[in-house]
Design a protein around this ligand. Structure first.
Ligand code: F6R
Length: 602
């Protein structure tokens, strides 16, 4: 949800800023823009549309500027337009700012500044930032002081980067939105996410919430939320630059689907003991007296939470998946006996962070299951478990869902073992052995899937239904989300037993029903037959010897493994189905309309 980048170096910065924006485009692609400081003022290029449109606007113009800022936008205040594109400047073009987040008190600041004679030209909340800095500059403040006073006046969540005419510094601050500093010799990058500069450096400093920073050539000053100079450790990220490119694939989504054998391998590495049939997640906390687990997330991560909750309940650990935007900490069992698990790929989703903060405040034990090291969720939770899936650039989450589900599977085993009320599941040996095999099994599905043919067969259907029970229900819901997200076709995922309680009214011969039957489940077969009797074609997503196979019109096979693994393989089939339908329909697969990957507003 909006990507920002800033760069200062001894060389021309325009190109690295443009390529950085291309890497951040997954965060928003409604408009893009850049401002650099030249010898005699600020140059600004911006336009609605993609970074490719911005490149046309720049049209090969050369700039010798050695510092600048850039932005790619997912609209919140005001529609995508050239005027609303960032960077925003004050009326006298002395200050340019880019911003990710929401300035909640922008209206009162704007009113105050308009009374003082400052002029506004956009619908955005961001425009108050350069104007407020200009206001403080006009009252004789130095640039750093003007920036800091502005930050003190702002309410809301933000990551901001600012340049000021005549000043060889970049000023930046974060509160609630991510910002990371990349260090390459005496050049510096600031960005919403590491891929923006990973081609140049893997040495980073993650800004703390509330930090401000002044970056000059050869020098960086951190100021913490108490206005004290701060020191932060330099860390090395273990993502590789090639992980942020498409490689041989047409789309990031396809690349990420195909990288699941590797990402799953990393998720389980060192965490499974096949001899003992146990998992080792290296959790510090004593979780023996937890009596309720709340798994909280949004979208795909919520579906992973549903998967985890089903498994925990199977191990006699009481668990519930909750949509982050609906979470209320002050209900239910005493906080001391609850475990809150934030399931979030990015670790920056505002709804999930809001729920996490509520849980922390209520004194609930919190755990983050996330992909991004040092993300806000990882730092705010009492403990973090990383899914190690590597960077995910496609807006549609694929490999990270698989890794989240596997990590939550391992967590369920851990809780079942240490928890007083939990029971070690009887089939733990089989589960651990099959998890070890999962990467190879995914590879087999990727090589043999019949989804391209089925995508063509069902291409012009009216609606696409996905049904399943238990673990299969979370896979069905995830299958439908992926499908609607990238094909723009109507798709719904249901608990198979629910079909007859209403949705069946929508079923016609133009509604293919994908029945996830990755484990023994005769009731889903009956539910599929009920849809078939109303004209629907049934596609069984199941092992070849499952009871649904005789009923189904078409098949997407998965091997008959432990139910966790068979269901995750069913999910890979559905990922491929969505991908192939979307390609047939010529959709913008990696950047579906209206969406952005990391949603940092509530
Ligand atoms: C769907 C998708 C979204 C995210 C959701 C939560 O493909 O990617 O539904 O799953 O916005 O994001 P994270 O996991 O980063 O909290």
């Amino acid at each position: 949800m909006c990507g920002i980048i800033a760069h200062i170096g001894d060389e021309r910065v325009l190109n690295p800023i443009v390529t950085g924006l291309e890497k951040l485009e997954y965060r928003g692609y409604d408009s893009a823009g850049i401002a650099v400081k030249n010898g005699s003022g600020l140059d600004v290029w911006k336009c609605s549309g993609r970074v490719s449109d911005l490149k046309e606007t720049i049209d090969g113009e050369e700039s010798k500027a050695n510092l600048g800022i850039g932005h790619t936008r997912w609209s919140t205040h005001g529609p995508p337009s050239d005027e609303n594109a960032h960077p925003h400047t004050d009326g006298s073009d002395r200050v340019a700012a880019v911003h990710n987040g929401i300035i909640e008190n922008h209206e009162s600041i704007k009113e105050r500044l308009i009374e003082e004679g400052y002029e506004f030209t956009s619908d955005t909340d961001t425009e108050v930032i350069p104007n407020l800095i200009a206001y403080y500059l006009d009252r004789g403040n130095e640039a750093l002081s003007a920036f800091e006073q502005t930050i003190d006046d702002l309410e809301g969540s933000y990551a901001i980067a600012v340049i000021v005419d005549g000043i060889d510094s970049i000023f930046a601050a974060r509160r609630g939105s991510p910002l990371v500093l990349g260090i390459e010799d005496e050049s510096y990058y600031l960005a919403s996410d590491v891929p923006a500069f990973l081609d140049h450096t893997d040495e980073v400093v993650y800004l703390e919430d509330g930090d401000s920073i002044e970056v000059r050539e050869e020098r960086v000053n951190f100021i913490d939320e108490n206005d004290q100079t701060a020191q932060h450790e330099i860390e090395q990220v273990d993502w590789q630059p090639e992980e942020t490119g498409k490689g041989q694939y047409d789309h990031f989504m396809l690349k990420e689907i195909h990288s699941q054998p590797t990402s799953l391998q990393k998720t389980v590495e060192g965490r499974l003991d096949t001899d003992a049939g146990t998992t080792d997640l290296d959790i510090d906390k004593d979780l023996s007296d937890i009596d309720t687990v709340h798994l909280v997330g949004c979208g795909t991560s919520y579906h992973a939470a549903l998967f985890g909750a089903s498994l925990l309940n199977r191990c006699d650990v009481s668990a519930r998946a909750i949509r982050a935007s609906e979470y209320e900490a002050n209900t239910g069992t005493p906080p001391g006996n609850r475990l809150f698990v934030a399931v979030t790929q990015s670790g920056e989703t505002a709804d999930t962070l809001g729920a996490l903060w509520q849980a922390n405040e209520a004194g609930v034990e919190t755990l983050a299951v996330t992909n991004v090291v040092q993300s806000t969720a990882a730092r705010e939770a009492d403990e973090a478990l990383y899914i190690r899936a590597g960077p995910e650039i496609g807006v549609a989450a694929t490999k990270t869902f698989s890794s989240q589900a596997v990590l939550l599977t391992m967590l369920s085993q851990h809780l079942a073992r240490v928890n007083e009320s939990g029971n070690r599941v009887e089939d733990a040996d089989e589960l651990v052995a099959d998890l070890m095999e999962l990467p190879d099994e995914v590879e087999h599905i990727l090589q043999s899937s019949d989804t391209a043919r089925l995508a063509r067969k069902f291409l012009h259907s009216e609606s696409y239904f996905f049904i399943g029970r238990g673990l299969g229900c979370s896979v069905a819901k995830e299958g439908a989300l992926k499908f609607k997200e990238i094909t723009y076709e109507h798709a719904e995922g249901f608990a198979s037993g629910e079909l007859k309680h209403g949705p069946l009214a929508l079923v016609t011969e133009k509604t293919p029903v994908f029945a996830v039957c990755a484990e023994d489940n005769e009731k889903t077969v009956t539910n599929a037959k009920e849809a078939q009797a109303r004209g629907a074609s049934i596609v069984a997503v199941s092992p070849p010897d499952h009871g649904i196979v005789d009923t189904a019109d078409d098949h997407l096979y998965v091997p008959d493994l432990h139910s966790v693994c068979s269901n995750l393989l069913a999910n890979v089939q559905l990922q491929l189905l969505s991908y192939h339908c979307a390609t047939e329909l010529d959709r913008a697969i990696d950047k579906p309309r209206n969406l952005a990957k990391s949603v940092t507003v509530e």
